[in-house]
Design a protein around this ligand. Structure first.
Ligand code: TYD
Length: 204
């Protein structure tokens, strides 16, 4: 039995994190075992790297290497074992975020990201990626109301325009696994679309 690997993506403020726990509850309700996790993070090592990535000033290559180091530990300890047990893994962000934030947002070499992705993931890719797409200006307004900014959230509108373009590029390169969810819709309608995508990809 093999599980299903489902990732949630989008710029900060798009609301993806809001929809993960309800999705998990729904899947558990129909008898699936579900692991909910996040990146960077998900293991003791990766969570400590997350603190540095989000709050310690560093250059773009260092940031990229730490994100992939955290991912390697997370895959080995959490994601791969859960998939091998046949579980549904719901992950708040994965490598599409690295292409969007480090690749497009911070202009890191996309060929380097390709090599690191291949080395770290050994072919592992999400079965489904729910991309919560929202106008960066609207997302910035939502963030301003919500919380203190980390190193990414403090970036300007142009940065998030590039990040959004990064997600568009990743979707165009792997359209079979992407579902774009219009995150400007009201919360119930977004949730309805998330359920619809999960039904189609995981089963009721
Ligand atoms: P996020 O997932 O938005 O969590 P929270 O809701 O707690 O703020 O924050 C993670 C941040 O890390 C986000 O701003 C994007 C960034 N990030 C990268 O830059 N590259 C990556 O590969 C990943 C996974 C995240």
């Amino acid at each position: 039995m093999t599980g299903r690997f489902i990732t949630f993506e989008g710029i900060d403020g798009a609301g993806k994190s809001t929809h993960i726990e309800p999705a998990a509850a729904r899947l558990r309700g129909v008898g699936r075992s579900v692991t909910v996790t996040r990146e960077p993070g998900g293991t003791e090592l990766a969570e400590s790297l997350r603190k540095a990535i989000l709050h310690t000033p560093m250059d773009g290559i260092t940031e990229t290497l730490l994100v992939f180091a955290a991912r390697r530990d997370h895959i080995g300890r959490i994601i791969a074992p859960a998939l091998a047990r046949g579980e549904v893994v719901l992950c708040d962000r994965f490598t599409d975020a690295t292409f969007a934030y480090q690749g497009f947002g911070r202009s890191q070499d996309l060929a380097l990201l390709d090599r690191l992705e291949a080395a770290v993931q050994q072919g592992l890719q999400p079965d489904l990626t729910l991309w919560f797409d929202l106008d960066p200006e609207v997302a910035a307004q939502r963030r301003a109301a919500a919380r203190a900014a980390d190193r990414f959230e403090a970036e300007d509108l142009a940065f998030f325009e590039r990040v959004r373009a990064g997600y568009v590029a990743r979707m165009n390169a792997a359209a079979h696994r992407f579902v774009r969810v219009d995150a400007s819709l009201d919360r119930r309608e977004v949730e309805r679309r998330v359920v619809e995508a999960l039904n189609a990809h995981v089963g009721g």
